[in-house]
Design a protein around this ligand. Structure first.
Ligand SMILES: *Cc1c(COP(=O)(O)O)cnc(C)c1O
Length: 338
């Protein structure tokens, strides 16, 4: 293993040895190429640069206490990328190709999978871009699918902890019938300003209401929202949020724990009724919410300074599955090394 100070890593880019690539030409996917160059040679009129034909995914490889390296639900990331491809007219990357490339890139860079003890992981970033030159607004004929990996530090440096969020009404991340349900870069460009305002004001993240009525909960930055009350896990149903694989997994675990699960519209005022609330996604699994401020109305929805018991139980259980220390009854993990 590389001699790096794993526990001091941030969520930044650290070079590794290899990335894997596969090109789509003449209506079909080619061979997988192993590459050590971090740069792309790209036509300046490529559609990804001008018209946003760009999609990505995010997942992690975990070095486990049993010595193996596991990845979590990569079949789900493949399906979500296919949905994104249909959404912005790119050719679908077949699940087998996606999973073969994930496995390959982790194995090729196994020296960079951080130690279990460090709490750090290997972040896997699949990227699909339109590469042919177009000046008119058309989908590309040619595409490149590539995956790189980079070690990232633990999300919670000082242990599982709660953070404050802020409702922002002045900016929308995505429109009700727009691209919010797809993992495309454009949604992130649209969120940069609100995110920077939230940080400036001392919050961990911005919180979006639905763009049309500004009435219902949508998402927290790049994570899904959930609230807990009366032994029920409640999460928004919306046409403008990204279907989080972490959220999907937490819903299943909540059900396994005998809780009720509701996926429905959540009016902002309902926030006052939750005992616990959290943001969920691959980066943190769960980032518990201490309070949510609505600066326009002056309201504060308070969930207490520390993570609640159910969020903590869900967090520990899902992490246990990812690290192979809890039984993987739903067959969510794949051993890629060991
Ligand atoms: C990636 C992403 C999430 C989290 O999805 P996971 O599959 O759980 O990592 C949530 N919201 C947005 C906008 C995202 O891009």
């Amino acid at each position: 293993m590389k001699d790096l100070d794993w526990s001091n890593l941030s969520f930044g880019y650290l070079p590794t040895d290899y990335n894997v690539r596969c090109c789509y030409r003449n209506g079909k996917w080619g061979e997988i190429e192993v590459c050590s160059d971090e740069y792309l040679k790209l036509h300046m009129a490529a559609t990804c640069l001008h018209y946003g034909q760009e999609a990505f995914e995010g997942l992690k490889a975990y070095r486990c206490p049993d010595g193996r390296v596991r990845v979590f639900r990569m079949d789900e990331n493949a399906l979500r990328l296919q949905s994104t491809c249909r959404g912005i007219l790119m050719p679908e990357v077949p699940s087998e190709l996606f999973m073969e490339m994930v496995t390959k890139v982790v194995r090729l860079n196994q020296e960079y999978v951080p130690t279990y003890e460090s709490g750090a992981t290997l972040y896997i970033r699949p990227l699909l871009i339109g590469t042919s030159a177009e000046v008119g607004v058309h989908p590309s004929d040619e595409y490149m699918f590539l995956i790189f990996v980079t070690p990232v530090g633990p999300y919670f440096k000082g242990g599982f902890a709660s953070n404050p969020y802020v409702i922002i009404r002045d900016y929308d991340r995505s429109a009700p019938l727009g691209t919010g349900i797809y993992k495309v870069g454009g949604n992130y460009a649209a969120s940069l300003k609100a995110n920077s305002i939230a940080h400036e004001k001392g919050y961990a993240c911005e919180f979006y209401l639905d763009a049309k009525e500004k009435k219902y909960i949508d998402e927290c930055g790049a994570a899904n929202f959930f609230g807990i009350k009366n032994n029920t896990y409640v999460t928004p149903k919306s046409t403008s949020i990204l279907p989080s694989i972490t959220n999907k997994s937490l819903m299943q675990l909540a059900e396994d724990f005998g809780m009720k699960v509701e996926r429905r519209q959540i009016p902002e005022e309902e926030l006052a009724t939750f005992d616990e609330a959290g943001a969920c996604g691959t980066a943190a699994v769960i980032s518990p919410i201490s309070y949510i401020d609505d600066l326009d109305t002056g309201k504060r929805y308070d969930f207490g300074p520390n993570p609640g018991p159910i969020s903590t139980k869900l967090y520990n259980h899902l992490r246990g599955i990812q690290y192979g220390t809890e039984p993987d009854v739903h067959h969510w993990t794949t051993v890629v090394i060991g």
